[in-house]
Design a binder for this molecule. Structure first.
Ligand SMILES: [Zn+2]
Length: 325
């Protein structure tokens, strides 16, 4: 997204924050979704809340120095979020020393703060300014190390009774599948994500030690999803088999989404999308086969247009929505 620092002068902005396991990112975002003054820092893995408060303070100071009025702060964070309370209820990958994140940020900067799950924020970003403008029924999947989801129905994000709904990554598609960090077995996160592709590739090169996956990675232990993608581009059969398998699981998952929500469109985002057609093709084909078998209408599957900015822009939009009613 274009950086237009001067064009925002004197106008209202919100601060959008996206915190993940390795980095916390923040920026000023205009009501039209234009990003400026982007800041990024390493996340303190034992003090997630302090990481957020610190970066918001920094961006707030930039806004003050550049004559911009901050109407609110929106935070998108990986984990189970109670949106109404503005607090984190469960975060497997990061320690939030003060789970009441919205209140902690509000105390520091004295403007309204929203806290939402990062995939929810990304879905809101894509709907507001990205791949699916104005869509009222959509599902966004973040396909990275894990799998997150943001589900919009009738123009509203679905959160469930306690805020822990919309965790598509932990729906089970293989009952005897690999153990997931959530405590269950066979979650789609263990079968179609970046970590799933890495695990499948490590297992597969045992039977095919001449695979070029190992040439890119150097050793079995060092295999990353990117090594598998590179090998697949060189038509390495084992790499393509791994990506096809993961893609098929994604297709099964999308068929489940169709049965549950009948969305207008499914938006795919996250680093695994970079694996391209060897992964996305089998996902689309599997969805199409399952859709046809049920005589459902074909479903649009599109790629994110905001990329890794979706969370920041969507969180900022949520802050605007809260501040301006
Ligand atoms: Zn799980």
């Amino acid at each position: 997204m274009a950086e237009r620092k001067e064009s925002l002068k004197g106008s209202k902005v919100a601060i959008g924050v996206d915190i993940g396991g390795t980095a916390v990112k923040a920026a000023l975002v205009s009501e039209a979704g234009v990003i400026s003054h982007r800041t990024e820092k390493p996340t303190d893995p034992l003090a997630g809340t302090a990481s957020i408060v610190a970066i918001v303070g920094e961006v707030m100071a930039i806004a003050a120095a550049t004559d911009l009025e901050v109407v609110g702060v929106g935070v998108g964070a990986a984990g189970f979020v109670d949106f109404g309370a503005g607090s984190m209820t469960f975060a497997p990958n990061l320690v939030y020393e003060d789970p009441a994140i919205a209140a902690a940020v509000e105390r520091a900067v004295q403007v309204p703060v929203t806290l939402d799950n990062d995939a929810n924020a990304a879905a809101w970003g894509e709907r507001s300014f990205g791949a699916v403008p104005g869509a009222n029924d959509l599902v966004l999947l973040t396909l990275g190390t894990g799998i997150g989801s943001g589900i919009v129905q009738n123009g509203r994000l679905i959160r469930g009774h306690t805020g822990t709904g919309s965790e598509f990554g932990h729906t089970i598609i293989e009952v005897s599948g690999p153990l997931c960090r959530c405590g269950l077995k066979g979650c789609i996160e263990q079968l179609a994500s970046g970590q799933a592709i890495e695990r499948m590739a490590r297992e597969a090169v045992v039977d095919d030690p001449s695979s070029s996956i190992l040439d890119f990675a150097g050793s079995t232990e060092a295999i990353t999803g990117l090594d598998v993608t590179k090998a697949a581009r060189e038509m390495d059969a084992t790499a393509r088999t791994v990506l096809r398998r993961a893609g098929k699981y994604l297709g099964i998952g999308m068929s489940n989404i169709a049965n549950l929500f009948d969305p207008e469109v499914i938006v795919l985002s996250g680093s695994v999308v970079g694996a391209g057609e060897p992964y996305l093709g089998p996902a689309r084909d599997t969805l199409a086969e399952m859709t046809a078998a049920q005589k459902r209408r074909p479903m649009r599957v599109v790629l994110s247009t905001l990329g890794f900015d979706a969370g920041i822009v969507g969180a900022a939009r949520q802050a605007f929505d809260k501040a301006l009613g």
